[in-house]
Design a protein around this ligand. Structure first.
Ligand SMILES: [Zn+2]
Length: 254
């Protein structure tokens, strides 16, 4: 969640070079239930992403590719952009078809800022429907893990302005998009979204050290998994990304 902004370097060519292209590059040819993840942020040849940090869902402080491009216990993929590009507007896309479960907007979006309460750690214990500092909690509802006997669960997130989308997908239960730009969220709970729909703009709200998208993939409520397959992560061989070889093109590589 807390982005340690990493200025991109040649390491991206190492990360992405030689990655096998997986799945179809044409999502219209995919069965809905076997849709693969679309890169969730609009970095392109004009507005390059400037850094990436990978998940560490097994808490060994090593990313899937056996590098230290992560931090301990990180639950998502952080994709950093410049402040200038954040101000210009970099879109965030629904990575898969789905239905919006939760969306929260209205938090200050230029964190870190020690003078902004929205950027600071909450002082109180979390409770359903509360919003304090950079933490937002859902109301009580059907947000329980599959192995739970409860039906009135709530959960809290420190991503500031964020969206959760649930998917009828063979691999992915949900995706979460954190640190969004204030006032930019275009969806609400219950909305049906298609892969590639613009759902918000990237920002730096919540527990964030600079403009970036924290993109999280879930196998259950609040259960993050690693969509990157490699020898040092929890995911050795499952392909989640639609066209992984393309991803390096979104980054500065010089
Ligand atoms: Zn993160």
């Amino acid at each position: 969640m807390k982005a340690k902004i990493l200025i991109c370097c040649a390491v991206f060519s190492l990360i992405f070079a030689g990655c096998t292209t997986s799945g179809s590059s044409n999502p219209s040819n995919l069965q809905y239930s076997r849709q693969l993840l679309l890169w969730p942020i609009g970095c392109n040849s004009t507005h390059l992403c400037i850094g990436i940090l990978f998940p560490d869902v097994d808490s060994d402080n090593i990313s899937y590719s056996c590098q230290n491009l992560t931090y301990l216990g990180h639950t998502g993929t952080d994709i950093a952009i410049t402040q200038e590009d954040m101000d210009a507007g970099i879109p965030v896309y629904a990575s898969l078809d789905g239905v919006v479960l939760w969306a929260y907007d209205g938090k200050y979006d230029r964190c870190p800022d020690e003078n902004e309460l929205d950027c600071l750690a909450p002082l109180s214990e979390p409770s359903p429907e509360s919003s304090e500092g950079y933490r937002i909690c859902t109301e009580k509802g059907d947000y329980c893990r599959k192995d739970s006997n409860l039906t009135d669960c709530a959960w809290c997130n420190i991503g500031g302005n964020f969206i959760v989308i649930l998917h009828d997908n063979h691999l992915v239960f949900g995706t979460k998009y954190d640190h969004l730009k204030n006032g930019s969220i275009t969806v609400k709970p219950g909305d049906v979204v298609k892969q590639g729909d613009i759902i918000a703009m990237a920002g730096s709200s919540g527990n964030s050290e600079g403009p970036h998208l924290h993109f999280e993939v879930w196998s259950d409520f609040f259960t993050a998994i690693d969509p990157w397959n490699g020898p040092c992560g929890t995911n050795k061989d499952v392909i989640y990304w639609m066209d992984r070889a393309e991803l390096g093109k979104h980054f500065i590589t010089g």
